[in-house]
Design a protein around this ligand. Structure first.
Ligand SMILES: NC(=O)c1ccc[n+]([C@@H]2O[C@H](COP(=O)([O-])OP(=O)(O)OC[C@H]3O[C@@H](n4cnc5c(N)ncnc54)[C@H](O)[C@@H]3O)[C@@H](O)[C@H]2O)c1
Ligand SMILES: O=C(O)C(=O)C[C@@H](O)[C@H](O)[C@H](O)COP(=O)(O)O
Ligand SMILES: [Zn+2]
Length: 369
């Protein structure tokens, strides 16, 4: 029997719970009904998740609770975080008939969560929103925190809104059937939280990586809960990234978003893979600037490798021209004028924000493999 773990995202009147409960999916209806303002629910999912047994489990539990659930399906993949797909989604939801008490539930990975969450933020100027994340990445990261949105031709996640869910239900059993490449990509964001603020979690992950990857349910539930706890606490302190606190969650992302932009948001490079590459660069830059001991950085990069993640572009058969990466990084939301913002490391569990990285240091590490 695996225990449930409940976290609170502390946001005043908009506070909500995140429940990590193996087999909780089969109780989704009973869990969300008390939070709904009507029985009308639109379930947004993608074309891969739609055909998993988990979708049938979700719909059965909603039906058992007397919830009138209408599924809407978007194509799977990052390319769906685009204006055209958003427009189609909005029209389909509207044409099915909604009112201000209709809620939206995202059932999928980070793409579905970001897209459905943004739709919920803007439909009728704001509908209630629930997250039932199905990828590891979404369970440890995108399912909570309220960042929603889509990509622009100008850059990653440039169009969006903060729109918090009313409840997040994480069931690690739905990871069964998640493709191994996606599991590893999600692990990059999981361990990112340890790199940022939790050295003890990192040490625990080092000794539980094998069991985690092999599918041990207790280990997965524990790892997810401890990882997302780091995020939830940060979001509670800096919901809209107005200070430097929430920016820490962007560790590796100044590089990652540039790599995703340069590869065209396709299957060649998944978000979590880009984050792994970006975190390896952030560690390299931190060591170069004398902020972090090479030994600590080496331990973290070795762990990414052990998890089967890429740590240099060549691992995925990619090359990035330093100038192109530098140019793409200028489109990052953290950039102020011409000044790039990096999240760097002073050691495991000690991330910092740095807006004064010398151009030569950046040039040097972008030139490395
Ligand atoms: N809003 C945030 O705070 C936040 C945080 C991190 C990442 N993100 C965004 O999340 C996106 C990446 O999310 P992702 O890695 O989940 O990608 P994704 O949503 O594309 O899901 C990965 C793949 O796995 C499939 N899948 C999902 N769950 C499955 C399951 N249980 N069984 C079988 N297949 C399943 C999906 O159909 C998809 O093909 C990026 O766009 C990234 O920018 C947002
Ligand atoms: O929740 C956050 O804050 C994060 O930075 C989490 C990131 O993993 C995620 O990729 C997020 O979407 C990036 O946000 P952005 O504001 O840099 O687009
Ligand atoms: Zn991310």
């Amino acid at each position: 029997m695996t225990a449930q773990r409940r976290l609170r995202v502390p946001l005043g009147q908009r506070s909500y719970d995140l429940l990590i409960q193996p087999y909780g999916l089969d109780e989704a209806g009973a869990l969300i009904l008390p939070l709904m303002r009507s029985r009308r629910l639109v379930v947004v999912t993608d074309s891969h998740v739609e055909v998993t047994p988990h979708m049938a489990r979700l719909l059965a539990s909603l039906q058992a609770a007397g919830i009138d659930a209408r599924p809407v399906v978007v194509p799977a993949g990052e390319a769906s975080k685009a204006m055209g797909v958003l427009e189609g989604l909005l029209e389909e939801i509207l044409s099915g008939g909604i009112d201000r008490k209709t809620a939206i539930l995202a059932f999928g990975g980070g793409v579905v969560g970001d897209l459905a969450g943004f739709a919920a933020a803007i439909l009728l100027r704001g509908l209630d929103f629930f997250q039932v994340p199905t990828s590891l990445l979404a369970q440890v990261d995108s399912g909570a925190g309220g960042k929603t949105g889509i990509n622009s031709r100008q850059g990653k996640n440039l169009i969006g809104a903060f729109h918090q869910p009313l409840f997040v239900l994480v069931d690690p059993t739905v990871l069964e059937g998640l493709p191994p490449r996606e599991l590893k990509a999600g692990y990059a964001e999981l361990v990112k939280h340890a790199f940022i603020r939790d050295e003890a979690l990192f040490a625990w992950l080092e000794s539980h990586l094998g069991d985690f990857m092999a599918g041990d349910l207790d280990v997965r539930a524990e790892a997810i809960a401890r990882s997302v706890k780091v995020k939830v606490e940060i979001v509670g302190r800096d919901e809209k990234e107005t200070g430097d606190e929430r920016a820490l969650l962007n560790f590796g992302h100044t590089f990652a978003h540039a790599y995703e932009f340069l590869t065209g948001y396709g299957d060649r490079l998944l978000h979590g893979e880009a984050v792994a590459l970006g975190m390896a660069k952030a560690f390299a830059l931190s060591v170069r600037l004398g902020l972090c001991r090479g030994q600590d950085a080496g331990r973290c990069v070795a762990h990414l490798r052990a998890a089967g993640l890429p740590v240099q572009a060549a691992d995925l058969g990619l090359t990035f021209a330093p100038e192109a990466v530098r140019e793409a990084m200028g489109r990052d939301k953290k950039t102020e004028g011409n000044r790039l913002t990096f999240i760097l490391s002073r050691g495991i569990g000690q991330a910092i924000v740095d807006r004064s990285v010398p151009a030569e240091a950046l040039q040097a590490i972008l030139g490395e493999p």
